[in-house]
Design a protein. Structure first.
Lengths: 667, 205
């Protein structure tokens, strides 16, 4: 978002390029929210991040990065009951953690409007599953709105608060990563007056107390409200029917898939079928569908994942006596992201309409090439302390890529940046499911297979999310396991939100309530706990080795701040102080004459700053530390078995002059 | 309705997302115009595949803009649907080949970033000549430069390579938005001075 900060100052008539997530946040702002919270998770993180970043310029706005989704949704409920419109956001799997508050929300209802924005992740580019959270609504009765584009992301969110208040439901706003991370034009609306946002909790025992017969009563009440909502949805502006053709085929879709579908029709040159766009994918009114079925013989449901709409619509078809046929998952895959290509192909197959020649050619060409190309997977940033941690673990347990030696310990993975350690060349995880599964599954494995040592990994943010009871459980039940906490002081993967470990903010300001992780762990009854710098790989590796020999629960804290944050802080401090540090500067270089290409740095550590270069003289290759990308963490220097890497110190001032001089010559 | 689709691809940390944002912000002037396009970001991981789509939509008139059959657009580009492709990494250009048709303009950076599988000796990195010959089977309009080297030489940093690439795009392809609109977006952003220089440099390559 640009200079004048339209996100907070924009009003009707303004237009800007915004991200889908920012559009959701803006919709909530226009609706007058006073509370916004989340536990960060891709693809939803920017929804709350943009509000948090701007809150000092917005009157009466409270934002919170909660420790987990359970707490976060409860916070939104508390705000709603205090008369404050509230927005809670999370990624798809977050609802598993927040499913308990979500389950009670229909029973108790809301006071001020409450919207739960969920970022789903079909294709799982940033997740450990493809879960479609819409199915939760079949039993928790949260209505679901699905915007199709950026404008609707804003407009639907704004309207969702009104619907929430009218029918006393928390509304789920469902956005897949394709919408969360779609950047495009948004027309702004006006922001509600914010002066009178003030909490006023009024006791409401009939709704808020759920126990015995009171709960049964509330159960009946929400079923009734659900029926009222269904009635409202027969003619609401959110569900739209396009009926300007003569075809007896009807298409039903929702969300981003509807946008794919409309573009697919345009690409295939098809304009005469009846279309129903469901803005609400739950609940669906029987009457709405019955009216759509009129004059239609075949219905095609175009949606992602396992067919949530199809499931509901087939039931309605049975109840309303529809005689035609209904298609869906026969033409559109249940797994992976449903792309624009998939929708074009599916519609083309159903209508027996030929694909454009350029489309066919491109698909074939891609198929032919894709198997021939080397795969590329993400890796740790240059200088990332996690790389040093994985290297140390693998050295401690005897693993080597170059010597093809396997490790015999079991390594339990968990969720965070460090999850990338499961990829080559480290392959340092044996299982990975959800947050804090590592230690709990690992504890049982170490209990039943005593021939193997088990190491469980966890990041600081994930540990604080729900790891404390897991560790306490391991202690209480006498587990034998090594637990390594990779404490980089931030929730780094999702854009660096603070954790209780964050010592200093990016501007150098110390955090108010920094937790002493070592003391916390001691207080949980762990006697073996040590905190080390993972970049001192030899020391760290030796420590892992000796910890593995000890019985009971051992905790090692790999403590080093995320390098990106460290670099950012240094840069901003330099700028603020308007002077270059007086201390000397250094760089690392590989001496060609001493390097024997043993691959310790290039393959085992696999730092991307170490690259292969062509030797112009001999025609061969050599390893080279790219000074433009090296951040001087020094890990390669420590591990080189041939002392081929050297540290060159030089006077920063004279080098600075030299560089300046050079650039004057070349520009 | 006219559409113009640009696919921008490369690796995490190369400034791919910024390129998309600049191109989109340069297209906010007309009412009869829409702009969209999703980003594939992944997490914070580096060296992973990143892509962003820039889709310009020009409506003939207000009726078309208000027609539900015309005014809803996918955030993605279909196979064979890109008018232009920019790739900041040579191998990744071949992963973007699916977006090309015979009229597409391709601009790519020839500095390779070696994937882990190649580093481990399990696969081989394709030669630039192979990449070019595969692209030529689809389109004749291919331009490639060592943009990393140019950025390093002129700016003593790799930061400007994405904006240099945008300059090249304007020099080689008939982009339906004003060059000056891009320049004013750059002028208002961070590092304006260098970015404007980088854009001008790309224009003259």
């Amino acid at each position: 978002m640009s200079k004048s900060n339209l996100f907070i100052n924009g009003s009707e008539g303004d237009k800007a390029i915004v991200l889908g997530n920012e559009a959701i946040a803006r919709g909530a702002l226009e609706a007058g929210i006073g509370y916004a919270s989340m536990y960060p998770g891709t693809p939803a993180s920017e929804i709350i991040a943009v509000l948090d970043k701007n809150k000092k310029h917005v009157e009466n706005l409270y934002t919170e990065f909660s420790l987990n989704e359970h707490i976060s949704l409860h916070g939104a409920i508390g705000a709603s009951w205090s008369g404050i419109r509230s927005l809670c956001a999370m990624k798809n799997v977050g609802l598993n953690v927040a499913s308990e508050p979500a389950q009670f929300l229909a029973y108790t209802g809301v006071k001020a409007g409450l919207v739960l924005a969920i970022g789903s992740d079909p294709g799982a580019p940033s997740s450990s599953n493809e879960q479609d959270d819409r199915w939760y609504s079949l039993h928790n009765y949260m209505p679901i709105m699905e915007p199709s584009n950026i404008q609707e992301a804003k407009d639907f969110t704004k309207d969702a608060f009104d619907v929430s208040e009218e029918f006393s439901f928390g509304i789920v706003l469902m956005a897949p990563s394709r919408l969360c991370h779609n950047a495009g034009a948004l027309r702004f609306g006006n922001i509600r007056d914010r002066k009178n946002i003030k909490g006023d909790f009024k006791k409401d025992p009939e709704n808020y107390l759920n126990l015995f017969s009171l709960a049964v009563k509330n159960h009946a009440k929400y079923l009734e409200r659900n029926e009222l909502l269904k009635k409202y949805l027969i003619e609401s502006k959110f569900n739209k029917t396009i009926n300007d053709g003569s075809s007896k085929i009807g298409f039903i879709s929702s969300g981003v898939i509807y946008a794919h579908l409309m573009e697919a029709f345009d690409i295939l040159g098809v304009y005469d079928h009846k279309i129903l766009k469901l803005g609400f994918s739950f609940p669906i009114s029987n009457e709405l569908i019955k009216r759509f079925f009129e004059g239609i013989e075949k219905v095609v449901i175009v949606e992602e994942a396992e067919g949530f709409l199809e499931f509901q619509i087939k039931k309605i078809a049975y109840e309303t006596g529809f005689k035609g046929s209904i298609y869906g998952k026969e033409f559109f895959s249940r797994t992976g992201e449903l792309t624009l290509d998939d929708v074009i192909s599916g519609v083309s197959r159903f209508l027996e309409k030929p694909l454009p020649a350029s489309f066919d050619f491109a698909v074939e060409k891609d198929k032919e090439l894709s198997n021939k190309l080397p795969q590329r997977s993400g890796t740790f940033c240059i200088g990332c302390p996690h790389r040093a941690t994985f290297y140390s673990i693998l050295k401690a347990v005897g693993f080597s890529n170059t010597e093809e030696k396997e490790r015999d310990v079991v390594i339990a993975g968990d969720i965070g940046c460090y999850t990338l350690g499961l990829l080559p060349p480290y392959n340092a995880m044996d299982f990975l499911t959800c947050m804090n599964a590592g230690l709990s599954i690992g504890q049982a494995i170490s209990n039943f297979d005593k021939s193997k040592k088990v190491i469980a990994l966890v990041g600081d943010s994930t540990f604080y999310h729900s790891g404390i009871p897991v560790l306490l459980n391991a202690v209480q039940n006498g587990a034998n396991i090594l637990y390594i906490i990779l404490d980089n002081s931030w929730t780094a993967m999702t854009g660096h939100q603070k954790t209780p470990s964050t010592q200093k903010d990016i501007d150098g300001k110390p955090s108010a309530n920094v937790l002493n992780l070592k003391d916390l762990i001691k207080s949980l009854g762990v006697s073996y706990v040590k905190s080390l710098d993972p970049n001192s790989v030899k020391r760290f590796s030796a420590q892992i080795k000796s910890a593995l020999k000890e019985p009971g629960v051992k905790v090692l804290i790999a403590k080093r701040e995320c390098v990106l944050q460290e670099i950012r802080r240094n840069k901003s401090m330099l700028k603020n102080e308007a002077k270059v540090a007086e201390t000397g500067e250094s760089l690392y270089e590989i001496q060609k004459s001493r390097c024997v290409k043993c691959n310790e740095c290039f393959v085992e550590l696999a730092c991307p700053a170490i690259i292969l270069k062509k030797d112009e003289d001999t025609g061969g290759d050599y390893y080279y530390i790219d000074p433009a990308s090296c951040v001087k963490c020094g890990v390669c220097y420590e591990i080189c078995p041939n002392s081929a890497i050297r540290k060159v110190e030089f006077d920063l001032k004279s080098e600075f002059k030299l560089k300046k001089g050079l650039s004057e010559v070349t520009v | 309705m006219k559409k113009f689709n640009i696919a921008i691809i490369g690796l995490g940390g190369q400034g791919i997302i910024t390129m998309g944002t600049v191109m989109k912000n340069a297209a906010l002037n007309s009412d009869l115009q829409d702009v969209s396009g999703s980003e594939r970001r992944g997490g914070a991981q580096r060296e992973g595949y990143v892509e962003t789509f820039v889709k310009y939509i020009f409506y003939e008139n207000a009726a078309e803009m208000n027609s539900p059959r015309k005014n809803m657009h996918s955030p993605m580009i279909e196979s064979g649907g890109a008018n232009a492709l920019i790739s900041l990494e040579p191998l990744e250009t071949l992963r973007g080949i699916k977006y090309l048709n015979k009229n597409s303009i391709v601009i790519f950076n020839k500095t390779p970033y070696i994937p882990i599988s190649v580093r481990m000796g399990k696969t081989k990195y394709p030669e630039i000549s192979f990449i070019v010959s595969e692209l030529q089977k689809v389109t004749k309009h291919i331009y490639y430069y060592d943009i990393d080297a140019i950025s390093l030489e002129k700016f003593n940093s790799l930061t400007q390579k994405n904006i240099i690439a945008l300059g090249i795009l304007f020099a080689k392809a008939d982009i339906p938005i004003e060059r000056s609109a891009v320049e004013s977006v750059l002028a208002e952003g961070k590092g304006a001075e260098n970015n404007l220089k980088a854009f001008a440099l790309g224009l003259n390559l």
